[in-house]
Write a protein that binds this ligand. Structure first.
Ligand code: C2G
Length: 130
């Protein structure tokens, strides 16, 4: 069985996230999605996240694409998860191109083209205008 893993915040889940998850799912037989904890996001400088972890987990669950959903809580967890779950492919959007090459020691690393014209930041900015 080919296990695929991907991670993200998935704040105000949108078409860009959905397209990423659909392509990740199609790469293998079993998709694990890591959703960042609120504290982990703060520690990596993401301070504008609108939805709580439980809301973001629910949104990912509702896509119906994840076979398993986990919480990403600390720097370095990706290596632990890949080993723990026997993951063959790590994938993420091309905005991270090169950033996760260090994981190639543990599994295949595939950067998928990011969907243009949509982002959580833009949705948050639009919402502020309402
Ligand atoms: N994404 C995309 N197209 C967009 C927006 C996002 O393909 N228009 C992808 C991102 O590249 C990422 C996933 O959707 O693979 C989740 O995006 P975010 O919620 O912004 O999460 P991110 O900060 O990229 O988390 O450990 C966390 C991960 O490393 C990445």
């Amino acid at each position: 069985m080919t296990k695929v893993i991907t991670y993200g915040t998935y704040d105000l889940l949108h078409e860009g996230h959905l397209r990423l998850l659909e392509r990740a799912k199609a790469m293998g037989d079993y998709l694990i999605v890591g959703v960042t904890s609120d504290n982990f996001d703060k520690s990596r400088g993401k301070i504008n996240v609108k939805q709580s972890l439980s809301e973001r987990l629910e949104a990912v669950k509702n896509t119906g694409l994840a076979d398993e959903i986990i919480v990403e809580e600390y720097e370095g967890q990706k290596i632990d998860d890949i080993q723990k779950y026997g993951v063959s492919i790590f994938t993420v959007g091309s905005d991270w191109q090169g950033h996760f090459d260090y994981l190639k020691e543990y599994c295949a690393v595939i950067y998928l083209p990011r969907t243009n014209g949509i982002s959580s930041s833009e949705i948050r900015a639009e919402n502020r205008k309402l």
